[in-house]
Write a protein that binds this ligand. Structure first.
Ligand code: MN
Length: 140
């Protein structure tokens, strides 16, 4: 597996800081670089190998949801009740509001995506249970 400094060379945007604000909702270490806090909130999230976020829901009364733009490494996105989808640089994931899901790195690879928070009315994130080691352990 690559060292952090080696993976950083693959990034277009700086890796950012330790993602302490959301650490309670992630398994493993992640890094966050907020790219835009105006108009549309956009952040670059980097997951170390094995790191993933908890199951969560982007709620909204209208609009809302999230768009992931994969920039580096290899990772996964999974919606509740569906199979995980492997992600590579250049992949785009449109996450509708109210859909329970998680995203994160592959077990043996760093992973970075840009997360676009789609504006809407009554937007709020709900953090749910962790992705179990049993579920995650099936991933390559
Ligand atoms: Mn999400």
């Amino acid at each position: 597996m690559k060292q952090k400094s080696e993976f950083e060379k693959e990034l277009i945007f700086p890796i950012g800081e330790d993602n302490r604000a959301y650490a309670d909702y992630f398994a493993g270490n992640s890094y966050l670089n907020m790219l835009s806090l105006k108009q549309v909130v956009i952040g670059s999230v980097t997951f170390e190998p094995g790191c993933r976020n908890n199951w969560h829901i982007h709620h909204a009364k209208s609009g809302g949801g999230q768009i992931l733009l994969v920039t580096a490494g290899r990772g996964y996105y999974q919606e509740w009740g569906k199979n995980p989808v492997e992600l590579h640089p250049g992949d785009v994931v449109n996450i509708p509001p109210e859909v329970k899901h998680w995203h994160g790195a592959a077990p043996d690879s760093w992973f970075s995506h840009i997360a676009v928070e789609v504006p809407g009315e009554g937007t709020a994130n709900e953090w749910c249970e962790k992705v179990t080691n049993e579920e995650y352990g099936k991933l390559k």
